[in-house]
Design a protein around this ligand. Structure first.
Ligand code: FAD
Length: 390
């Protein structure tokens, strides 16, 4: 039985096309069947459910907006957003796997790759035969990635890459890594690394209390010879990685709201069933305040995301608008998860319910792809015209 009742207080459904609703239904059903029943156990064990890579490929969740001739879905941005919403309703780690593959690995190859690179990598990434990762963050350069130290030097038909990346989602299971590093002129370029290249390793990051069902690792480059044919020809400078981040952050704006919806739905149902002082706890004003505020924030975020999706489809969305929506989604989802967890009392801290897992996951979601602070500064700079970053 489908217990989940999608909160849709302002009939946002009427704004969606039949295709968009079908896409949402199919991913929602997939999550219900394949993700929800297993994800808690994987998260508890801190294991990556490797089988989801093929499944997400089959579901069309990898690169849904990439044209079909390269294996993508050829779908619009609202469909993509709804997919991310439904995946993250299941687990932020599962959505992360899809976001990285589609927006951070396939998108740069599609937008900046040569025809040969596109033909070689995109279909296998779209189908889930290969998993990819995106290496931007370094141990000493997180919010300020432009300071990166990873660099490469010319060596005939190859370049030789040295340096390291940290906090890289999917890294331990990836066949392919899109890595951003500086050339001899200090200009940032994108390189496609393949597992098996000598001197390239991907040690796993252990001990996370968040995104436990998503594999995170380092990328270590020790004199890695990368063929020049693996350099993305179409982009130079920070515009490359930043444009990928805009696509992924757009997905996070929707995804985080999916996690919030699941927390709200769980708390709402619990509040009607749990009796204390001879009444369902949902009859108490304090609990109603929590639920009313949750559904208000979810509704506002749904409308913001839908409008952003329209702007994305029209090619008019700015990175600053995406920042606002990413920040908003993460903020409301984090708050809703905390409130919902409290509404479940002691049960809220167990794996019987999804809320605590969402709550812990969202601590990563609010941090990666630009922290909460950084997105606020982006909005601040946009509205004042003054740079407060440094
Ligand atoms: P720092 O940059 O050191 O920030 C520390 C604190 O200082 C933060 O609160 C920050 O907001 C604040 N701060 C920084 N600068 C300013 C400023 N100018 N003004 C005010 N406050 C400031 N990266 C990838 O490249 N690929 C991935 O796949 C990837 N996956 C990730 C998965 C997980 C689970 C996590 C946790 C991270 C992942 N990241 C990935 C890295 C992530 O993007 C960074 O953690 C993030 O950008 C923040 O960088 P940092 O951790 O170095 O924090």
């Amino acid at each position: 039985t489908d217990l989940f009742q999608s909160p849709d207080y302002f009939n946002v459904d009427e704004l969606l096309t039949e295709e968009q609703k079908l896409v949402r239904e199919s991913v929602r059903n997939y999550v219900k069947k394949e993700i929800s029943p297993i994800i808690e156990e994987y998260a508890q064990k801190a294991e990556f459910p490797e089988q989801i890579v093929k499944q997400l490929g089959e579901m069309g969740c990898f690169g849904p907006t990439i044209p079909q001739e390269y294996g993508g879905g050829g779908l619009d941005y609202i469909s993509y957003g709804l997919m991310m919403q439904e995946l993250e309703r299941g687990d932020s780690g599962v959505r992360s796997t899809a976001s990285v593959q589609g927006s951070l690995v396939m998108f740069p190859i599609y937008a900046y790759g040569s025809e040969e690179q596109k033909r070689k990598f995109l279909p296998k990434l779209a189908s889930g035969e290969w998993l990819g990762c995106f290496g931007l963050t370094e141990p000493d350069f997180g919010s300020n990635p432009a300071g990166m130290m990873s660099s490469f030097k010319d060596a005939g038909d190859n370049v030789v890459l040295n340096g390291s990346k940290m906090w890289i989602s999917n890294a331990p299971f990836s066949q392919v890594a899109v890595v951003w590093a500086k050339d001899e002129n200090g200009e940032v370029r994108g390189l496609i690394l393949e597992r098996g290249m000598e001197g390239f390793s991907t040690p796993t990051t252990h001990g996370k209390w968040s995104l436990r069902a998503s594999a995170t690792g380092e990328l270590v480059f020790d004199q890695v010879k990368v063929p020049k044919g693996n350099i993305l020809p179409g982009v130079k400078g920070m515009r490359g990685p930043l444009s990928c981040l805009t696509k992924a952050r757009y997905g996070i704006a929707w995804g985080s709201v999916g996690a919030a919806m699941d927390c709200y739905d769980t708390a709402l149902r619990y509040s009607k069933e749990r009796i204390q002082f001879d009444r369902p706890i949902g009859a108490f004003q304090l609990q109603q305040k929590k639920l009313a505020e949750m559904v208000t924030e979810i509704t506002k975020a749904q409308l913001l995301n839908w409008r952003l999706g329209v702007l994305m489809n029209e090619g008019k969305a700015t990175p600053q608008q995406v920042s606002m929506a990413k920040r908003n989604g993460c903020e409301i989802a984090t708050n809703i998860a905390r409130q919902a967890r409290q509404m479940l009392g002691g049960m809220g801290i167990t794996g019987e319910f999804s809320i605590m897992r969402h709550m812990m996951n969202l601590e990563s979601v609010i941090t990666y792809e630009g922290t909460h602070d950084i997105h606020l500064l982006i909005t601040g700079m946009d509205v004042t015209g003054l740079n407060a970053f440094k």
